[in-house]
Design a protein around this ligand. Structure first.
Ligand SMILES: [Zn+2]
Ligand SMILES: [Zn+2]
Length: 297
């Protein structure tokens, strides 16, 4: 059931992306298709949560997450297949990258598993690019994030399920207000915020494990400062349902989804792309984004 309603929300969000001319259509096709494949591949995951310390908050670091390797491999193959099957509508640089990946994977010249380990390290605040990521960044200069994109996209169902399971095991209540803006499960920063309910309860979407948790209404989700004169927000014409929150203290911004007055449901990974013009505005004002998108791009 969950998959069906998720798929319905993704399809209606994709229609909106298509109707917006200023968005890159190839990127919309890529992310929409990938989101659908992720939703289809979430059932029956085998996750190993042994060895995860449940005595602290955040519960763990991105390094503690392990994947259902079968699901990861199947999804990696399906996403690559979809990119090649629909190459006419996909970003040309991504099609190119997938052709190169496929050319070496069978000869064991590329390990997606090793790339995943490097991405975990990156999220845990370690070396930004390990040897595998670095090699492919250099090899495909037109699509330097092609490999992180593919690996994170295929890992997402496992990561998300593991995050939820750990939250449950630890008794983390997503509706309760959490101190600071970082994810109570994995400690990563949020990539999108969302206002819900009559009172505009503020929720954060984790950039790594996609856990959704409530945070304070008036505080920077990055540095946690709560001085009103440092915090600001803006909206833009044509971007209904979205606003940007900025912090003068740490110079970051984050976008907030507010669909409370609109007849639609949020799907943050695609709403992030939908509100791309706001990223450009925020960058023009000199603010840095708080976290990567859910797609590592
Ligand atoms: Zn998280
Ligand atoms: Zn701040």
């Amino acid at each position: 059931m969950e998959t069906l309603s998720q798929t319905r929300i993704i399809l209606s969000t994709m229609e909106r992306l298509d109707s917006r001319e200023h968005l890159p259509a190839d990127l919309s096709a890529l992310l929409g298709k990938t989101a659908l494949l992720q939703a289809e591949n979430t059932g029956g995951l085998q996750l190993d949560l042994s060895g995860i310390p449940l005595s602290q908050v955040p519960v763990c670091s991105p390094l503690n997450f392990s994947l259902d390797m079968k699901n990861f491999k199947v999804l990696t193959a399906r996403i690559m297949e979809a990119i090649l099957d629909e190459r006419d509508v996909m970003p040309a640089s991504m099609v190119d990258a997938v052709v190169q990946f496929q050319g070496v994977v069978e000869k064991k010249g590329l390990s997606f598993e090793q790339a995943w380990n490097e991405i975990q390290t990156r999220f845990a605040g370690g070396d930004f690019s390990g040897p595998v990521l670095k090699k492919w960044e250099e090899q495909i200069p037109d699509a330097p994030s092609a490999l992180p994109f593919l690996v994170m996209a295929a890992a997402a169902p496992s990561i998300q399920a593991a995050g939820r399971a750990m939250a449950e095991a630890k008794g983390i209540d997503p509706e309760q207000i959490h101190a600071g803006g970082a994810c109570p499960v994995c400690g990563s920063p949020p990539y999108m915020l969302e206002l819900r309910g009559k009172e505009g309860q503020r929720f954060a979407h984790c950039s790594f494990c996609r856990f959704i948790y409530r945070i304070r209404r008036l505080a920077c989700a990055c540095c946690n400062i709560d001085k009103a004169d440092q915090l600001s927000n803006f909206t833009a014409e044509g971007e209904s349902g979205f606003q940007v929150e900025t912090c003068a203290e740490c110079n970051t911004y984050i976008k907030t989804i507010d669909f409370r007055e609109l007849d639609r449901e949020a799907f943050a990974p695609l709403n992030d792309l939908e509100s791309l013009p706001l990223d450009m505005l925020a960058a023009n004002y000199g603010y840095k984004r708080m976290a990567f998108s859910a797609w590592c791009i």
